[in-house]
Design a protein around this ligand. Structure first.
Ligand SMILES: Cc1cc2nc3c(=O)[nH]c(=O)nc-3n(C[C@H](O)[C@H](O)[C@H](O)COP(=O)(O)O)c2cc1C
Length: 442
């Protein structure tokens, strides 16, 4: 008899609402009742409002049960959970949940789907395919594909990634670096974390691709200290990738050398700013540098450095696999491709929604988010963290487009959307934002 595959996320939001207890209860009851299961701790699909979201694979289809608690497991087993039986927590097949199937999953498609710490599962789902291709095709092809895609930095400023990579590639130096910004400090943001916890090898592959494209042999991940689970998952993934020859001196015998070091930040918002992050990586106090020289010319330890956000980097493998034009075909105007919007604050269905640019705030908040959790009218929405703005309800029809946001004196930033209802005290909120900016130097 084959083992029944069950999935319980090991992801910070899911764990915070009891996923570990759920996993334990399933393992115990399966053992007690003699059911042979393979319990996989996957990442999150991003539907945080349904966590813990438990799945059981029945005839190749993954059947979901939402908001499961450890105390539900007994009755779920009695209801035939092992074969996808009916229960009040049952939501149906994963590929029929509107919140998920109405997204444009380009960067996050493996999150939830795979076992994040299984290199075999990663490879079964196109893992390292893009890296293998770029090593065969050469650096120019990568630089062209990233430029053609129109990909812009997802960390905040929205700078064209292709130009940044090309600048580092064209700068002569004996040593270059890739610095992945995983400081994720904007309010209401968690997409970097979901990616790192759900698809860590995807990030490592992306950094190696960036390294190959620009001629860098060393990468750093600057991870915020508030993400201990991501730290543990990434540490294990780096070790596994090294053991499997996907990081190190001679990747898969190609002669290409690239390795990654994981560095923990110390809880400073300002250290997310790229030059302060570089200072901190060098072991100094995290204070931002003068703008020139650019990190692309003289960054980490004075060497040419690509600084990119987690999501920017993780968007690249599919750009290699599917083509830059395909990515550029999504989105609007100069905002190409997709962004992982994060719905937070006073919202009914909070979570991650990866959609092409051009969707409006209203569509995100109402169609995906289901409106406010309180059921009261939206008063304001903070998009893009404390450096951006609070938008009033009459600006909800603004399309998600970098330039459209600049026109209304706002920023898309990292795509964090924090919703407030009509009881919110705006003066107090703004005061708190300002305080965060003033006091949070490293
Ligand atoms: C105060 C401040 C905080 C920032 N925090 C972050 C952060 O947490 N994560 C991030 O990726 N970018 C952050 N940025 C933007 C970075 O300076 C930089 O633009 C980004 O890492 C570049 O990567 P990208 O081109 O892929 O977006 C911050 C910027 C400022 C001014």
């Amino acid at each position: 008899m084959t083992r029944t595959k069950m999935y319980v996320p090991r992801e910070t939001a899911a764990v915070s609402v009891g996923a570990d207890d759920v996993a334990l209860a399933i393992a115990r009851l399966a053992k007690k009742t003699g059911v042979d299961i393979e319990l996989i701790r996957n990442g999150s699909w991003g539907a945080s409002w349904l966590e813990p979201l438990v799945e059981v694979e029945v005839d190749g289809v993954r059947i979901t049960y939402g908001n499961v608690s450890a105390t539900d497991i007994q009755s779920m087993f009695e209801a035939g959970f092992v074969t996808g039986g009916k229960h009040e927590r049952r939501l149906g097949p994963i590929n029929e949940i509107p919140y998920l199937i109405n997204q444009d999953r380009w960067t996050f498609w493996r999150c939830g789907l795979i076992n994040p710490l299984s290199i075999e599962d990663f490879e079964l789902h196109q893992g390292f395919k893009a890296l293998t291709k770029v090593i065969a095709d050469g650096a120019e092809a990568v630089l062209d594909a990233v430029t053609d895609s129109g990909l812009r930095g997802r960390g905040g400023a929205g700078l064209p990634t292709g130009i940044k990579w090309r600048t580092v590639a064209d700068t002569e130096a004996d040593q270059k670096y890739i610095a992945c910004n995983a400081d994720e400090g904007d309010s209401g943001t968690f997409s970097d974390r979901i990616l790192m916890e759900g698809d860590p090898f995807g990030l490592l592959e992306s950094m190696a691709i960036a390294g190959f494209a620009v001629g860098a042999s060393k990468g750093y991940i600057y991870l915020r200290s508030e993400y201990p689970l991501a730290h543990s998952i990434l540490s294990r993934a780096i070790e596994a990738a090294r053991n499997a020859g996907w990081l190190g001196n001679n990747i898969q015998g190609s002669g290409f050398a690239f390795d990654i070091e994981l560095h923990l930040g110390a809880g400073s918002y300002v250290c997310g700013e790229e030059t302060a992050m570089l200072e901190s990586l060098e072991g100094k106090k995290g204070i931002d540098r003068y703008k020139l020289p650019l990190p692309a010319h003289a960054g980490l330890f004075g060497k040419p450095t690509v600084v990119n956000n987690v999501v920017t980097l993780a968007s690249v493998p599919n750009i290699i696999n599917l083509g830059g034009e395909r990515y550029a075909g999504m989105g609007v105007n100069r905002s190409k491709g997709t962004l992982a919007f994060q719905l937070a604050g006073n919202i009914k269905r909070g979570g991650l929604v990866e959609k092409s640019f051009g969707i409006t705030l209203r569509e995100l908040i109402e169609d995906f988010g289901g409106g406010t959790a309180s059921g009261r009218p939206v008063k304001a929405v903070q998009v893009g963290g404390p450096l951006s703005a609070y938008l009033p309800a009459d600006q909800l029809d603004t399309p998600m487009d970098y330039e459209a946001f600049v026109e209304i004196d706002a920023m898309i930033g990292h795509g964090g959307i924090v919703v407030f209802d009509d009881t919110a005290n705006m003066a107090q909120l703004v005061r708190r934002s300002r305080r965060k900016l003033r006091t949070n130097h490293g």
